[in-house]
Design a protein around this ligand. Sequence first.
Ligand code: SAM
Length: 273
Amino acid sequence: MTTLPPIRDVIQRHGLSASKALGQNFLLDEQLLSRIAALPGDLAGKQVLEVGPGPGGLTRALLRAGANVTAIEMDRRCLPALEELGEAFPGQLKVIEGDALKLDHGDLMNGQPFHVLSNLPYNVGTALFVRWLGGEAWPPQWQSLTLMFQREVAERIVAQPGSSAYGRLAVLAQWRSSAKLAMKVHRSAFTPPPKVMSAIVHVTPAAAPEGVSARTLERLTEAAFGQRRKMLRQSLKGVPGALEALGALGIDETRRAETVSVAEFVGLARSLG
Ligand code: SAM
């Protein structure tokens, strides 16, 4: 195995004091990082997109697992440390300096299938998650997403109907994918520790239900959960055809969005065309 200096030393040597503005909370525990890198299964020879490698803790675990990593990092202070890492794993690491929210990931990966792994600041992670899970084209180019979120957001992604965590994010994550809470991560695992606990969500694409437009489903969940305390007959009033679809599918219009299963939302979206 390639011997590398501890990440703590890399951070010190390159003066990578954590920037609050960039949401930097680094993971230094190499055992934990190896366990995270193993979540998608065997990555030997696979293409991996890592967003926000920072000083490269997760990156080195991915490289050790034999992955070919393309890493997007916004903080140019991290680039020399990542360059050193690339030299230790010749031909396996490509670093792109930039904002992951502004780049076309499919293009970056040259149209090849890829796995995504990332420990990102909360707002960037959620924005990318919504982008990766959205759109009409399915299956996506990515084969799995392994993403760190603040625990409360992870729970919203895997939530089931009937819970207060269940909402748009759960439907988005579950209607044509399988989403699992793969690992809880204590705040003390990070340097510096964030205020809240974290968890890793693992998502794999499934078959898309036939005849359902992602946009229609999104419009429905936006309306339904936009007024989640209201009955469906009120919250879906503004969506043309929705009340008739409720009747046709035998969904009681006095129910609230929180009780409507992913399959029922899919059925409604299909009826609306
Ligand atoms: N992966 C490292 C780890 O696990 O220790 C660093 C994690 S730190 C929470 C998040 C990283 O994402 C930082 O290095 C930060 O500079 C980077 N970052 C933040 N916003 C970004 C964006 N929009 N595009 C690319 N990288 C971003």
